[in-house]
Write a protein that binds this ligand. Structure first.
Ligand code: 5AD
Ligand code: SF4
Length: 471
């Protein structure tokens, strides 16, 4: 599994309303229900899956007539969509709830997502002001849970993991006006020793391919030009419809939808990463030339203990398949340092993997023991300070690699989708299909447009350029 921790706050907006410096924000019918006078505030921690779940939760609330507000102090219902991937992430919701206790305000409070699932009913003891505790596998029941809350019930829960349902909503309140997230597979059937996700999100459930295609068509009709397929292990997709498409087929067929300019997918699991995915990318320019393939460690010994289901050599075979493609692709990964029993030699192997693969981006983390996981019961043998030392060395080594790789792009031209504008600097921020960010002098009105830029300078994390054409 793999996801990129972010902290996102759902901002209020009127469906379909234009905001300054933005092109039209696509919106999907049907329109929200008449306002019921109630307001909600929804804050999201964790991965893109959580961000997208929140977009759907917001859709459920808007469909009931709730109105989003920017400030939790103005809300009748305050929701936190939580992450428990590492201890630090899990603590965030408790610090938010502590702030409430001190403020003396008494709105309805709900906790959603991974910490909700992990803590379950215990949440009510730890935080008595909470009225709703619901894990992601029970989101399909949210309307019913909200009915009960609105009818005055004090404590409601949705904690069953035993589901084959996906979370479908009539309205999805998407945050990004250009890139639409779309979950094609929920949950996780893998058994990584360090990972809490199978416990918080339940088993794998894929959406039928005709539904996915239909939703993509609607998104394109609504004005989105980029779609990103999501799944903890997106390439473990198994079409439950009679069509029985493979993941690669789903990618290829979606890429053929007229009007779609970019299709991304994350996160791929190395075990299920088959050559037909590379072939699909090679033959469909709409499929972005970027693969996120979390390795976690460069040492086969550690990978075995992590129960990742592949060795260093097998992982490198997958990388070889991507690198041999006629189409150049960027590759990113996730890595954990200081896993139980990781020796200095193991760590050296992780560093040598960096040198060998030459990743374009690495998300790296110190191992954090999690409750109910296999490794949670093992000795957390690498001291915190040593984890910190290894993380710093790994990040410095990768910084040099990225700087070199980015510098090699100076003088080249790329198509970017302009995703933002920084008024203070007069700079537009665009993203290449290979997922690199390029800053270049621009105008607010360029946001949402595709342009060609020439790279003039490079840092380890982004490029600098000038517009050549487009817009
Ligand atoms: N400790 C540290 N990092 C973790 N990840 C998952 N579980 C843990 C943990 N217990 C990392 C993995 C995963 C990314 C989303 O988070 O690298 O791919
Ligand atoms: Fe996403 Fe939950 Fe995993 Fe956090 S613990 S990264 S929110 S799936």
């Amino acid at each position: 599994m793999g996801t990129h921790p972010t902290l996102v706050q759902i901002q209020p907006f009127s469906v379909g309303q234009r905001q300054e410096g933005e092109t039209a924000r696509p919106s999907l019918a049907p329109a929200p229900a008449p306002a019921n006078g109630r307001t909600f505030y929804l804050e999201t921690f964790g991965c893109q899956m959580n961000v997208h779940d929140s977009e759907k939760v917001a859709g459920v609330l808007i469909a009931r007539g709730y109105r989003p507000v920017e400030n939790y102090e103005d809300a009748d219902l305050v929701l936190y969509n939580t992450c428990s991937i590492r201890e630090k992430a899990a603590q965030k919701v408790f610090s938010r709830l502590g702030a409430f206790r001190r403020s003396g305000r008494r709105p309805l409070i709900g906790v959603l997502g991974c910490v909700a699932q992990q803590e379950g009913e215990r949440f009510f003891e730890r935080a008595p002001q909470v009225s709703l505790v619901c894990g992601s596998a029970s989101y399909a029941k949210l309307p019913e849970l909200l009915d009960r809350l609105e009818a005055g019930e004090r404590r409601v829960t949705g904690l069953s993991l035993d589901t084959d349902e996906c979370f479908e909503t009539e309205i999805t309140r998407r945050d990004n006006p250009f890139r639409a997230y779309l979950t094609i597979i929920e949950g996780c059937d893998k058994d990584c020793a360090y990972c809490v996700v199978p416990m918080t999100r339940g088993g794998e459930r894929s959406r039928p391919s005709p539904k996915v295609i239909e939703e993509c068509r609607r998104l394109v009709d609504a004005g989105y030009t980029e779609i990103q397929f999501l799944g903890q292990n997106v390439n473990s997709y198994r079409d439950p419809s009679p069509a029985r498409w493979s993941f690669a087929e789903l990618l290829a067929r979606t890429a053929e939808i007229p009007g779609l300019k970019r299709l991304r997918f994350t996160t791929s699991h190395p075990r299920d990463f088959s050559p037909d995915i590379v072939q699909a990318i090679e033959s469909h320019p709409v499929l972005c030339d970027h693969v996120h393939l979390p390795v976690q460690s460069g040492s086969t010994r550690v990978l075995e203990r992590m129960r990742r289901g592949y060795s260093r050599e097998e992982y490198l075979e997958r990388i070889g398949c991507i690198r041999r493609s006629k189409r150049a692709m960027s590759i990113s990964t996730d890595m954990i340092v200081g896993f139980c029993g990781e020796t200095e030699e193991d760590f050296e192997e992780t560093l040598s993997l960096l040198d060998e693969v030459q990743y374009d981006q690495v998300f790296s983390f110190k191992y954090s023991p999690r409750p109910k996981t296999a490794a949670g019961a093992w000795a957390d043998s690498v001291p915190e300070e040593e984890k910190g030392r290894r993380l710093a060395i790994l990040q410095e080594r990768q910084r040099e690699i990225q700087l070199r790789r980015n510098q090699a792009a100076v003088g080249l031209e790329f198509e970017v989708l302009v995703e933002g504008y920084q008024p203070r600097l007069g700079q537009a921020v665009g993203r290449t299909t290979s997922n690199r960010l390029v800053n270049f002098p621009g105008e607010p009105g360029w946001v949402g447009q595709y342009m060609t830029v020439r790279v003039t300078a490079a840092g380890p994390n982004s490029l600098v350029g000038v517009r050549v054409s487009g817009g």
